[in-house]
Design a protein around this ligand. Structure first.
Ligand code: NAD
Length: 273
């Protein structure tokens, strides 16, 4: 079963399920991403902050898979905010990845204390125009950050990648983004693994002959989010990809949607410096 794609406002398409490499050790990354590509992932999510772009690039190069069949996302380091340093940071990422372009380049955090995310965005519009970033977007942006960008921008972000899972659904950021044509991408889609013990999800998993992780990822897909689960274990990588041969009923989607309890696991976007 192939992974569906979602059309972006850039005219490009993003595979709705990808593979995240946050906290994958640099020395393990080539092996982990090689496994992910072998298992069938064609969308890899990394960041300059993760320190593992070199391993991601090495796995892609060694795979022999044509470049245009793999969707690669990386992200701007917080310390690289600013007009010129955004371009320099991007170029360091390209070099580490060994690529001539990325498919999606994101501002990793708005870092409002730095006060430079709009400047960074305007530089990224240049990277989009010259084709080195096929799509550009943001991450961890709340509606007030998105508004500041769209007020100044020519290009509307294609994606906002935010913490999103059944326990923390960020309905306001999601619906504000959707109104602007911005696709919501869910980081920590499994709540960093905390959701795979939820008793409410267990019954739904049993009824569908699927695991809890599969049911949660399927909920994301049916809600229209892009998801990027992470696992360093090959059998879990395969499990997390095997979610396109069943469908949750509307009632099952509703039960999972009712698990929202409003607490984030990660940092508050206004507090990251
Ligand atoms: P996740 O929700 O994907 O959870 C990963 C953890 O869940 C794994 O470490 C493992 O313990 C467990 N798990 C995975 N598959 C499982 C399975 N099938 N069964 C049981 N347990 C399973 O959390 P994450 O890694 O924090 O997020 C995923 C990706 O999102 C990251 O790798 C990264 O690419 C991205 N991310 C982005 C930001 C950002 O600020 N933009 C922040 C955090 C993460």
């Amino acid at each position: 079963m192939s992974v569906p794609v979602i059309e972006l406002n850039s005219g490009r398409a993003i595979p709705q399920l990808g593979f995240g490499v946050y906290k994958v050790e640099p020395g393990d990354t080539e092996r982990v991403v090689t496994d992910a590509l072998e298992v069938g992932y064609r969308h890899i999510d990394t960041a300059s902050m993760y320190g593992n772009e070199v391993g991601v690039g090495a796995a892609i190069a060694a795979s022999g898979i044509p470049r245009d069949e793999i969707f690669v996302t990386t992200k701007l380091l917080n310390a690289d905010h600013g007009a010129r340093s955004t371009i320099e940071g991007f170029e360091r990422s390209l070099e580490a990845l060994g690529l001539e372009h990325v498919d999606l380049y994101l501002i990793h955090w708005p870092c409002p204390e730095r006060g430079l995310y709009v400047e960074s965005w305007l530089s990224m519009e240049g990277l989009f125009a010259d084709g080195r970033a096929r799509s550009i977007g943001v991450s961890n942006f709340l509606p007030h950050h998105l508004r500041a960008v769209t007020d100044a921008a020519t290009v509307v972000p294609a994606v906002n990648q935010i913490e999103l899972h059944p326990y923390y659904q960020q309905r306001e950021a999601d619906s504000f983004g959707r109104e602007q044509g911005i696709v919501t991408e869910a980081w920590s889609p499994l709540g960093r693994g905390s959701l795979v013990d939820d008793p409410g999800v267990e019954a739904i998993a049993g009824a569908n002959g699927k695991t809890l992780a599969q049911v949660i990822l399927r909920w994301h897909i049916q809600r229209g989010f892009v998801v990027i689960p992470k696992s360093v274990r090959r059998e879990r990588m395969a499990e997390n990809l095997d979610i396109f041969d069943f469908e949750l009923t509307d009632a099952e989607v509703g039960i999972i949607s009712a698990l929202d309890r409003g607490g984030r696991l990660g940092s508050h976007p206004d507090e990251v410096t």
